[in-house]
Design a protein around this ligand. Structure first.
Ligand SMILES: [Mn+2]
Length: 328
């Protein structure tokens, strides 16, 4: 990370901080933190996104912290000369729309799927994008106010499922910094009020439809629901004592949207998902968490019993992984 270079690059340009298309608390808080950091260093910016803010709790969070994010439709004008910094997302990924501006920089904590030559790139594999943004304040000695610290800590807590998922020593170090400045009571009360009634319907579906094969739990939801919710349900299914890898999928656009979680050292959730969905959609991700889709076209290849075909594809991919693992 070279914060001076980032400031230098962005200075005297129209700057947009773009999150992925269905911004979650980590994306929004990280974008907000970056906006505060840039402003303190003489760079004005606008947070923007395409798609939709899906959860009421995310909308409440934005009100609570005064985060202003503008939908692309409400941006009067964006031209090719404008600069874009992608936050919690990377150019060319399917979850981020290509806006007219120039993606000159990227700040993200996800593995790179399709490389892109940014002028400035800070991609670190850690629990939350909020951790990376926090580091900018520390390194540059920029004072952080309590509201910003609270927002960043909330994003960090949400994206790591309360420090249980994908968390690294770096996240913990950043937590130590934020904790001293943040309003921890506010975080706890926000964190404990995330569940919405509609969420329970999706949980109900998944619980009714759960099938367990060996150590793998499969659950289907027969309606569309937000990515974040599918991920939460996948975490929930992983909590079952007999389940070590969970595959939760919900209907979307005539196909399915997947969230996969792994708690073993034997498999890699990203490569299992990639293999299982190869040729009928696509997928990938981290060691412990992954996502993917089956397209409407891909569904045609699954035959009369798509759920059976999906289970078989995942179990085959897992067995293949386990064999490769043994050979090493
Ligand atoms: Mn994130």
């Amino acid at each position: 990370m070279d914060w001076r270079r980032l400031i230098q690059l962005l200075k005297n340009h129209m700057v947009f901080l773009q999150t992925h298309n269905f911004p979650d608390p980590d994306a929004l808080a990280a974008a907000y933190g970056m906006q505060v950091f840039l402003k303190a260093n003489g760079v004005e910016s606008t947070i923007c996104y395409a798609g939709k803010i899906e959860k009421n709790s995310t909308k409440r969070m934005m009100d609570e912290f005064g985060i202003k994010a503008v939908h692309i439709d409400d941006i009067p004008r964006m031209v090719e000369e404008d600069y874009i910094v992608t936050i919690d997302a990377q150019k060319y990924n399917s979850n981020i729309t290509d806006f007219p501006g120039d993606e000159v920089a990227c700040i993200d904590h996800h593995p790179t799927m399709i490389p892109c030559a940014y002028e400035y790139s800070d991609i670190r594999i850690c629990g939350a994008c909020c951790s990376i943004v926090t580091d900018y304040f520390i390194e540059s000695d920029t004072t952080m106010d309590s509201n910003t610290a609270t927002a960043l800590l909330y994003g960090l807590k949400m994206d790591t499922d309360s420090f249980n998922r994908g968390v690294t020593d770096f996240d913990i170090a950043m937590f130590g910094y934020l904790h001293k400045i943040a309003d921890n009571q506010k975080i706890n009360s926000m964190y404990n009020n995330n569940m919405e009634i509609e969420d329970l319907h999706a949980y109900g579906e998944a619980i009714r439809n759960i099938q367990i094969y060996e150590n793998v739990g499969f659950a289907k939801i027969r309606f569309d629901c937000p990515d974040g919710l599918i991920a939460m349900i996948s975490d929930f299914i992983l909590g079952l004592d007999v389940v070590e890898l969970s595959v939760v999928y919900a209907m979307r656009n005539g196909g399915y949207k997947f969230s996969v979680r792994n708690e073993t050292a034997m498999y890699h959730a990203g490569s299992v998902t990639q293999k299982a969905l190869d040729g009928i959609g696509g997928g990938g991700g981290h060691f412990s968490m992954a996502g993917g889709v089956i397209t409407k076209e891909g569904m045609k290849q699954l035959g009369d019993d798509p759920d059976f075909a999906i289970r078989k594809r995942f179990l085959d991919a897992i067995h293949e992984e386990a064999i490769i693992e043994k050979k090493h």
